[in-house]
Design a binder for this molecule. Sequence first.
Ligand code: ZN
Length: 239
Amino acid sequence: MPYFDSHCHLPDTKPFTDVFARAKSVGIVGCVINSVRENDWQQIIDIASNNENVVGAIGIHPWYADSVSSNWLANMQSILSHHQNIILGEVGLDKTHDNFATQERVFIQSLEMAIKYNRVLNLHCVHAWDRVLNILKSYKNKLPKIVAHGFDGTTNAIGFDENLYFSCGPNISKPNYNKIKITIGELPKNKILLESDSSNLLPILTAAAGLKSLRPEITDADIYNNTMGVFFNGQITQD
Ligand SMILES: [Zn+2]
């Protein structure tokens, strides 16, 4: 069964096509490639339109919330209205950075775009689950599919909303990540995705091995089917 990376990033130096070719040679057939700044958006759109099974995500990473231009929201809206397959990401809140008020404004406006255009949202949430869940609560019953990337073991988000999914990265294989290891048992099987959170996709294999050791009853096919359900409305694509 192939792997599909639900959260990766632009390569620093190599062309994306080289990175993707290498990934395909080990069974990683597709990915969601995320922006962190407005400057990335056009490159992400081009990569997604030139590579089958690559989903492009535009957004402002919370670390860069202060860097937005005055017309970022209009630009985002224009892209979403012209590109049916572009989703939102990565966006969210991160309490380890002190621009929190700006982060909240950018996140809420991005979430409203995801709702308006019914696009999946790739969520970054670090030490901010209480605030994120509070915000999501005010949009209850309107939420699009949301993928909480880099599952950190927070249990109060599990089961919060039918449209909330959890993507596990290579951290779940690390020996000292005990909180994740304990709480990963509570994730419903149909809400789990896997990711590399890298610019070369290959660490998704480490994440898959970690999940296998913690939840041996979950197959690669289960994860692949979850992923297709989230990003392609259940339609299975094969390369
Ligand atoms: Zn990321």
